[in-house]
Write a protein that binds this ligand. Structure first.
Ligand code: B12
Ligand code: SF4
Length: 476
């Protein structure tokens, strides 16, 4: 059985013309993990990344490939593009399977699509291993955990599959399927152009209301330091020298973090890296070790300056802790990036002002302000259905996140949210102290581009006032 893995295009970035400036193509790590696992089980795997093709080209490219089953990944923002790929594959008479964040959030909706044969929800590896032989012999799907499908026009959702206990039993993602030179981190998340994202753990014990917890759940599982280093070494052998660890919380397990840092110093000298962390795991000695091992930047989800909102989104943090954590990390010499969100259900202008004031005042190097997007499968989605207005039809699956507004809380307007974000960006970035610190960091052409385009495009993004409704645009 030959498998064709397909990564959908993600056009919202292109809508802002930012692709060439700030964004790099992200690798579909989930698909690569599946590819490696299924290859071990002796399946033939092939891969197309639709990010690099236009609509016409992608159809031609798919037709050229020899495969029996299409495996398409999808998050909510790129679901419509995933459906286009499904349609093409179905028209060629192939079996079509989808998985990823969106199918996991709403398996019942995806399973209704006539161009989709089976929806795999949750982790894909073990489910596929069991599912493919059954599909091959046209057997019954009844007992296979972690899938949804149609039977006599009725949607069936089978029980959830248990999570993989030991991630070290999985092979390294099949990086060899990619032309790695085409992938890099966005210029705002890298030090060197030769960069790539990597993930070393699954699951997170926290429960923020805007987060989709349905894929990897609450139980934190991590690959061992040894396996992490093996993968880094592979990527370095392919000319990558800057890694962004996209784990939900890279350094949740301190012992593992220390071991990774120790091995990095010995076995991957010269590696530059950055990661996401969480305010309540910040401890100075660990961050010093991370800095010593090449970590130059840490991103923190700070979300709000209003304690009322921090409590409402179940962040489990207070503003004092946030200020303290940022200062601790800054002292190590690392760059600190803060992510804020505005437009939560029940949020007021006063709450947002507190957030904007905090963002500007804090000792951060970069900030990103996103508009709260109630993705299906999150607690915020259920909350948003009760209050405020979805700017698009909440069931239309066209939520893009990033810098588009999907939802406006009661009492606020889209215009207010955009203007406020733009104003905060302006105050934050056009600050002589910060501009001077950016200038100090300019070491090469890529960094100069990053400095100029990053801040200009952030402001541009926030100010874009697109009257056209997103849904109309997608339908066009
Ligand atoms: C890295 C990352 C990014 C990167 C790159 C994304 C990429 N390469 O696709 C960047 C920074 C660009 C990004 C951006 C965004 N992201 Co993001 N991101 C992540 C993150 C942290 C890791 C993704 C990853 O590599 N996981 C590791 C792999 C192994 O897991 P996986 O892809 O889910 O695959 C497994 C299963 O889902 C399944 N599977 C996946 N595909 C398929 C296909 C088939 C056929 C089968 C059988 C199985 C299967 O099997 C895989 C192995 O078990 C996740 C959170 C998380 N921990 O996963 C959020 C996450 C995917 N992102 C999310 C969001 C909201 C966004 C943004 C919209 C952010 C925003 N507000 O603007 C944008 C949109 C980007 C987009 N293309 O759609 C949400 C998605 C929610 C949703 N309903 O879609 C997530 C789940 C975070 C969360 N917990 O809420 N993101
Ligand atoms: S947003 Fe981050 S910290 Fe919060 S639940 Fe999701 S992964 Fe965990």
């Amino acid at each position: 059985m030959r498998l064709l893995l397909l990564n959908p295009d993600f056009r919202s970035l292109n809508d802002y013309n930012l692709d060439k400036i700030t964004s790099g193509a992200s690798p579909p790590i989930g698909l690569l993990s599946i590819a490696a696992y299924m290859r071990e089980k002796k399946y033939e795997v092939d891969f197309i990344d639709a990010q690099f093709y236009n609509d016409k080209q992608i159809e031609e490219e798919i037709k050229k490939r020899n495969f029996d089953v299409a495996l398409i990944t999808s998050s909510t923002p790129n679901y419509l593009h995933a459906l286009r790929l499904a349609r093409i594959c179905k028209s060629l008479g192939k079996l079509v399977l989808v998985g990823g964040a969106h199918p996991t959030a709403v398996p019942h909706i995806c399973a209704e699509e006539k161009d989709i044969d089976v929806v795999v929800y949750g982790e894909g590896e073990l489910t596929l291993e069991e599912l493919l032989p059954v599909l091959m012999r046209n057997g019954s799907l009844k007992k296979i955990k972690g899938i949804a499908y149609r039977e006599k026009n009725k949607v069936m959702i089978n029980p959830q599959r248990e999570l993989i206990k030991d991630l070290d039993t999985l092979p390294m993602p099949a990086w060899d399927l990619l032309d790695l030179d085409k992938y890099s981190n966005s210029s705002t998340s890298r030090k060197y152009k030769e960069s790539i994202a990597m993930i070393t753990s699954r699951g997170c014990p926290f429960n923020c209301i805007y987060c989709n917890k349905k894929i990897f759940g609450f139980h934190y599982r991590a690959r061992s330091a040894k396996k992490v280093i093996e993968e880094i070494k592979y990527l370095m052998s392919k000319r990558k020298k800057d890694i962004m660890f996209v784990d939900d919380i890279f350094n949740l397990n301190q012992k593992r973090t220390e071991e990774i840092c120790r091995l990095m110093k010995r076995e991957t000298p010269g590696l530059a890296w950055n990661c996401y962390s969480r305010v309540n795991v910040v401890q100075r000695d660990i961050f010093e070790k991370m800095y010593d091992a090449g970590c130059y930047e840490v991103s923190l989800g700070l979300e709000s300056g209003s304690q009322r909102i921090l409590d409402l989104v179940d962040k489990g943090l207070n503003v004092k802790q946030m200020v303290h954590a940022v200062n601790v990390i800054k002292k190590t010499g690392m760059i600190v990036k803060g992510f804020f969100i505005i437009g939560f259900p029940y949020e007021t202008k006063e709450d947002i002002e507190e957030t904007m004031n905090l963002a500007v005042k804090m000792n951060l190097d970069y900030i990103t302000i996103s508009f709260a997007t109630p993705f299906p499968g999150t607690r915020m989605y259920d909350m948003a259905k009760k209050t405020g207005t979805f700017y698009i039809n909440e069931d239309s699956q066209t939520m893009k996140g990033l810098y588009d507004i999907t939802y406006v809380p009661e009492g606020l307007t889209e215009e207010y949210l955009r203007k406020t974000a733009a104003e905060a960006y302006r105050k934050f970035y056009w600050n002589p102290r910060r501009l001077a610190s950016y200038l100090k960091r300019l070491r090469n052409l890529d960094e100069i581009k990053k400095g100029i385009s990053g801040s200009v495009s952030f402001i541009k993004m926030a100010m874009i006032n697109r009257n056209k409704k997103i849904s109309q645009e997608i339908e066009a």
